[in-house]
Design a protein around this ligand. Structure first.
Ligand SMILES: O=C(O)CCC(=O)C(=O)O
Length: 287
């Protein structure tokens, strides 16, 4: 399943870029084949079984937990959105796999709404704050109806620094007006701007929700994932140079390479340059 010669996909279209800029997200249909869904889903469920976790799972560092998921890092049907938006000097800074079986008891109130990026939402002073990262949400179960733990978003909210909410997260509070539960089939992907206000919803349906999430940012932003042991594992040899870059494996480890001074030895730069996909109109895609 891991692609050694990974094609990098195609640039997003102008219409898609306009829609993304307007709404803060895109839903890309039928990205994964049934076989790819089965491989990814089985890897996550096997991991959960090994962990002895019968209930919900929220596991950080997706590829460290499930190396079989490396093909999702740069899947050619969606990776083009990532580099079209962020350019070539990127890595996966935060990823997780999630399993949410049916909840049998009503959950206590909890305000899940947030933007990604943690302290970026305090420490960056502009209004709106910069995009900084985008995330891919791969659906590996059928969330084609609301009520299945669907990913919930407030369209267009990526330009709003602050969303009125409860005084404490455990205080009952209505969802923001205009919030939508995204419906998707297994194999669909949501591409979203980290600033988009979003929340997980509770799954009271009998359909176990399974998903994999990959957050991409510039290599000069520190990663949250634990990928330190990956290069010593046998799977590392099967990963493509771009996949290794995304897992933090480009450069000599002193941090300087991450600043983008070495395009010629940055695998994604090479792949884009070889295919004529660098674009002088987009700053992040210029050398
Ligand atoms: O699991 C979900 O639906 C939401 C995930 C989420 O909040 C995130 O990826 O930042």
């Amino acid at each position: 399943m891991t692609q050694v010669q990974a094609p990098v996909g195609v640039p997003m279209t102008e219409d898609e870029r306009d829609q993304f800029e307007r709404d803060g997200y895109l839903v890309v249909r039928s990205v994964l084949t049934d076989d790819e869904v089965a491989v990814a889903r089985a890897a996550i469920l096997r991991f959960r079984e090994r962990r002895g976790a019968a209930g919900a799972l929220h596991q950080l560092s997706a590829v460290t937990a499930c190396p079989e998921l490396a093909f999702l890092l740069d899947h050619p049907r969606v990776f083009g959105y990532v580099w079209s938006l962020l350019g070539w000097n990127i890595h996966v800074y935060h990823s997780h796999v999630d399993v949410h079986p049916q909840l049998t008891r009503r959950q206590p109130d909890w305000w899940h709404w947030h933007q990604d990026g943690g302290r970026q939402n305090r420490e960056l002073e502009t209004d709106p704050r910069p995009r900084m990262s985008v995330k891919l949400a791969y659906w590996l179960s059928d969330v084609s109806e609301p009520g299945r733990g669907n990913f919930t978003v407030l369209p267009g909210s990526h330009r709003i620094n602050w969303l009125p909410g409860p005084p404490r997260r455990d205080v009952a509070w209505p969802a923001p007006q205009g919030a939508v539960q995204i419906t998707a089939n297994a194999g669909d992907v949501v591409v979203f701007d980290r600033r988009l206000w979003h929340a997980r919803s509770d799954n009271y349906s009998p359909v176990t929700r399974v998903g994999a999430f990959f957050g991409y940012t510039y290599r000069w932003v520190a990663g949250r994932d634990d990928v330190g042991g990956l290069p010593r594992r046998p799977e590392w040899a099967t990963f493509s140079p771009v996949q290794r870059q995304l897992l933090g494996g480009a450069g000599n480890g002193d941090g300087d390479h991450a600043w983008g001074h070495e395009p010629s030895t940055t695998p994604l730069y090479g792949e884009l340059a070889n295919r004529g996909l660098l674009d002088g109109a987009i700053p992040a895609l210029i050398r």
